[in-house]
Structures are given as structure tokens and as C-alpha cells.
Design a protein around this ligand. Structure first.
Ligand SMILES: Nc1ncnc2c1ncn2[C@@H]1O[C@H](COP(=O)(O)OP(=O)(O)O)[C@@H](O)[C@H]1O
Ligand SMILES: [Mg+2]
Length: 230
């Protein structure tokens, strides 16, 4: 269970202070698939940074079961993130000078996982092992990023607009690979997006507006990546 209680986060100070998160509380149960929906600028990326420990909150608490990450030292937080958290961004962020194989292996090495090549097979990229990121399409690069994030077997996978840079067909394909891996590995998944259609895939949908949560509901019959509108 991830428990977020009354979290605040601002950027800047004085007259240029931008209060981005304005008292966010939410609970995420293990193995759930949560989509956080909101318009651009509503604070979705900031919320994901703060929940995952990438950036500190100004106020409030974030707990993973009994572990309060808000009170961890930098060292504890780094170790926690290494063990618990996978992260996927819209822009892939692969290392350009490393092959696909080495990019994924880097994720796996963090967790001492020797089966990292299985993860490349799971995203359909076993035959692209020796390519460099610039030799791959956008969808293939994002699948490498998925394999890299999951190769360290995180308990929670955070995704920030993972299909934001992809066309429809490629976007559906990437989401489908992610869902298959979720079924197999059973991690908790939290995805932020401004694409309302993707919310139809989630079990829990949380709507954000201007730094606050304004609605939350459950989908009893989530759709697949190929059933949703786009
Ligand atoms: N590192 C930062 N420094 C200053 N302002 C930021 C920073 N990150 C985000 N912001 C501001 O916070 C607000 C929310 O941004 P963000 O969390 O990225 O929203 P979203 O992901 O929903 O588009 C925006 O006004 C943005 O300009
Ligand atoms: Mg964002």
C-alpha cells in the first residue's frame, strides 16, 4: 500500500512562488493499475516525482507500507528507490552510447538480476540487442525503456505519459507489452496521462485539476490497449 497524505509542493519563492501540489491525498493498493488524469500543467509530473521520491515534498507524508520516505536520509532514499521503483518517461532517456543490451543490463545489474535478456524477449526486442538507441524507432526505444525499468524487478512502476511521443499504433503496442508484463510480474503501476482514453484501461482512475484531486473511481471492466478509443 502506498499512502500519500496531504502533500504540498511549490516551486520558486516569494512573488514567483508556484504552488503546484495543494494538499494531495491518495491510497494505492498493491498490484493496482492507477491512471492519474489531468490537463497539461495540473501537476501530474510533479506528483509522480514526489510520490516516487525523485523530489522531496514541502509538506505531507508518503509511505510505502510502514516505510515513510519523507523522513529517509538521501542514502536510505537512494537504496529504497533502487529496490522498489521503476520509472518510464515520455522521452525514453536511454543512454545513447550504449547498445540496447547494455541499456537493459544496467537496470538489471542494479538488482543483481541475471535474467535481463528474458525482459528483452518479453518486449519483443531480442533481435535488436546489439543496436544503438538511434537505430530504433520511437516505439522500440520505449520498449527498451520498459525492459530496462522492469529488469530490476521493481515493486512499483511509474509511467509519465509513456505514449506521449508515439503514434496510435505504436502507443497501443507499447501499452499492450506493459500490460502483459504486469500480468506476469504483478507490480503496482501508476501512470499519468492527459489521454482520457487510456483511463479506460486502468482499474483505478484519479482525476487531478490544478494541484488537487477532484475525482476518483474504479473501473470494474478495464479494457485492453486495443479496445480503447485513442
Ligand atoms: N522544476 C520545476 N521548476 C519550476 N516550476 C516547475 C518545475 N516543474 C514543474 N513546474 C511547474 O509546475 C506546474 C505543473 O507542472 P507539471 O507537474 O509538469 O504538470 P503536468 O505534468 O500535469 O503537465 C507547471 O506550472 C510547471 O511550470
Ligand atoms: Mg507532465
Amino acid at each position: 500500500m502506498i499512502t500519500v497524505e496531504n502533500v504540498y509542493k511549490a516551486y520558486g519563492t516569494g512573488e514567483s512562488k508556484n504552488q503546484v501540489l495543494k494538499g494531495v491525498s491518495l491510497h494505492i493498493v498493491d498490484q493496482d493499475f492507477v491512471v492519474i488524469l489531468g490537463a497539461s500543467g495540473s501537476g501530474k509530473s510533479t506528483l509522480l516525482h514526489v510520490i516516487s521520491g525523485l523530489e522531496p515534498a514541502d509538506d505531507g507524508e508518503i509511505c510505502y507500507d510502514a516505510r515513510n520516505i519523507s523522513s529517509m536520509s538521501d542514502r536510505e532514499l537512494t537504496a529504497f528507490r533502487k529496490d522498489y521503483i521503476g520509472y518510464i518517461f515520455q522521452q525514453y532517456f536511454l543512454l545513447p552510447n550504449l547498445t540496447v543490451d547494455k541499456n537493459v543490463r544496467m537496470g538489471a545489474d542494479l538488482a543483481g538480476n541475471r535474467a535481463y535478456r528474458k525482459m528483452m524477449e518479453a518486449v519483443g526486442l531480442a533481435d535488436k540487442r546489439n543496436k544503438y538507441p538511434h537505430e530504433l524507432s520511437g516505439g522500440e526505444q520505449q520498449r527498451v525503456a520498459v525492459a530496462r525499468a522492469l529488469a530490476k524487478m521493481p515493486k512499483v512502476l511509474y509511467l509519465d505519459e509513456p505514449t506521449g511521443a508515439l503514434d496510435e499504433q505504436t502507443g497501443r503496442q507499447v501499452l499492450d507489452y506493459i500490460m502483459k508484463l504486469k500480468g506476469k510480474l504483478g507490480f503496482t503501476m501508476v501512470m499519468v496521462t492527459h489521454n482520457q482514453n487510456i483511463a479506460d484501461m486502468a482499474h483505478t482512475v484519479i482525476c487531478m485539476n490544478s494541484g488537487k484531486i477532484v475525482e476518483q473511481y474504479q473501473n470494474n471492466q478495464p479494457k485492453s490497449a486495443y479496445e480503447i478509443a485513442w
